[in-house]
Ligand binder design. Sequence first.
Ligand SMILES: [Fe+2]
Length: 595
Amino acid sequence: MSVFIGIHVGHNASVALMVNGKIKLALQEERFQDIKNYQGFPEKSLKYIKQYLDTEKLTIDEAAFSSTNCPIFESKYPINHFFSVQDFHEYYGEKFYSRALKNQNTDKYLSKLKKDVRFKNTKNIFSNVTKNKDLFNNYTKFRIIVEGNLKKIFSNKINKISFLDHHTCHAYYGKYSVDVKEKKFAVVVLDSMGDGINQSIWINDPNKNQLKNVLRNSQCELARIYKFITLLLNMKPDEHEFKVMGMAPYAQKKYYMQIYKDVFKNILKFKNLAIVHKDRPRDLYQYLKNKLKYHRFDNISGATQYYLEKIVLELLHRIYKKYKINTFFFSGGVSMNIKMYNTFLKDKKIKKIYNAPSGADESIPMGACFYLNRKKISYPLENLSLGMPMIQKNHSLKKILKENFKKNYKIKFNSNPREVAKLLIKNKIIALVNGREEFGARALGNRSIIANPSFYENIKKINSLIKSRDFWMPFALTIRNENINDFIKNPKNSRSDFMNLSFDTKEKNFKKILAGCHPYDRSVRPQFLRKTQNEKYYSIITEFGKLSKTYALLNTSLNLHGKPKSSDYKSVFYTFKNSGLKYLYIDNKILVSKT
Ligand SMILES: [Fe+2]
């Protein structure tokens, strides 16, 4: 028996548990704390794991933190929880970073931050660190604090505690994130910054079944540029990058190419496989702010996306040239840019692309476990139902539903997928809740909102009932695995089990799925659903297909605007009751609002 846990402290804090080479739990602290992308120490997730291990009578052989050098600042002051767009501009701009880059004193800003009432109420394990000099570079202190707190939670019953390299964890997560027979591949890790680097390349060694690190680089600032653009378009950095990506298709080539040439082209260059500084301005935020002042939002988005795709594609070509490898696995924050894969999948030199689901830092605890187990057999991820169950085994959902919904809802016990399909045909919007919550950013049928994808008005309906999604942003689509070719162009026969790739759609059936596609370029970010992955959801799509001849459904996550995905039944009920949704299909029971 081998038991490992991986822990990520920081932005989107998370924990994973591996038993005998298999990931048993992958938990995100945001779900416990009800704060999206929770930043800090994942205390509640760890306590949940402790409880699980106690029940199963297991002890931890090794616990690994998935980074070695973390600044205390971002966990002590979780700015992502509270900062407004204005705060972020001040932070990256004139009040803090721009001053620091000019070697001007920043104590005034930090003193003000310390007194900010929004942080005063955020007591955390770093509260006793008061000296400014310890906030950014005292990694030893960080390690002592997190290790001490981990030991406390597990009453000193962990055999070994280690600190692993951030990019190693990203890479090993990439390798094991999909169950395929490929042996000859490279893992490309691109992120904002982890343990001092933001680009690494790894080649799979099939004989040792391990990854060989062939590049580590600290000058690849693709993620940082994308983040600053997000902020300069007045959206939240480290969270709303996907909105820039969603806006990009609206841009016109002649305008975005001009921006690319004038603003982006000379910031970075290649040095063999490394993406390094060319004429990189010292203050990147101010540079981009000044240069883009008079350009329009859609063209800025288009230029940023074009720039990213151009550089990453060149990187893949260079890896191919050097190692004769044309199968690539992606991991790290930049891998969340789903749109870029649509371009890569059309490239003739590339054989296969595999993108790890939710490859930003929330997944590195799983990578840490895969790394710890590298000399033994690890089992790749089959599905992402790795979070908390909707309800504890010894509780009666029937009783709980009666207690909570008797008055204002009609509850139909023993309902079946066919009844759900009939409601979908009538364009009813349905909350679908089933089994364990999904790990990661995407809802995959366990905490989802589903709808008929052929009815365009469903987009408006879902937005007014619950999502308030930005007008330019697409919803996603689940397609039954057998029916992929009805709807999408899939030239390399790729897999997108977790909405992790993007494809063009086929003209002939586009109308059947239009509400689940990008409204402008008609691309789609689909979940390919096999029966073994989620039988209940598969049955719903099958029944819907029998009635409509469309074996696909619009699928978006079940959450209130700005909140994390709903988790256990309590948060599901809260979300349902505080939205305008009228239908909930939960574990074979349909709830219909009487109003
Ligand atoms: Fe990272």
